[in-house]
Unconditional design. Structure first.
Length: 124
């Protein structure tokens, strides 16, 4: 299973009915839902959500979804990491994990342990 992460206010997710679909304003504005991977989710969080304490991470199973990895916008950041964009509403059945996402005591977001990439073990 391949998963991507989406940052959203907890209240927005709570409004989605069971068996429904999660839609963001970006889906209507630019045609996709912004997501990140386990190694980059702190980047958009620190840029777009400073000081927010009401966020959750949706862990989304990408099987069967229209996911495209694309460079960041604006163009002056095009040399940065690429991000997954989901070109459809997110069905609730695709959300396989829900994680609190709060900044640390310094106000910075870090990758939560619950979704961090585990270290690899070599020679085992």
């Amino acid at each position: 299973m391949v998963t991507v992460l989406h940052i959203c206010p907890a209240a927005d997710w709570e409004r989605v009915p069971a068996g429904g679909e999660y839609r963001t304003s970006s889906l209507h504005e630019v045609g996709f839902v912004h997501c990140a991977d386990r190694g980059t989710v702190q980047l958009p969080a620190n840029r777009f959500f400073p000081g927010r304490t009401d966020l959750v991470l949706l862990e989304i199973d990408t099987a069967g979804l229209d996911v495209r990895w694309e460079p960041p916008v604006p163009a002056e950041e095009a040399d940065g990491p690429w991000f997954p964009h989901v070109y459809q509403a997110i069905p609730t059945h695709a959300v396989v994990g829900l994680h609190e996402f709060r900044p640390d005591s310094s106000g910075m977001f870090l990758v939560p342990d619950a979704v961090a990439v585990p270290p690899t073990t070599h020679g085992v």
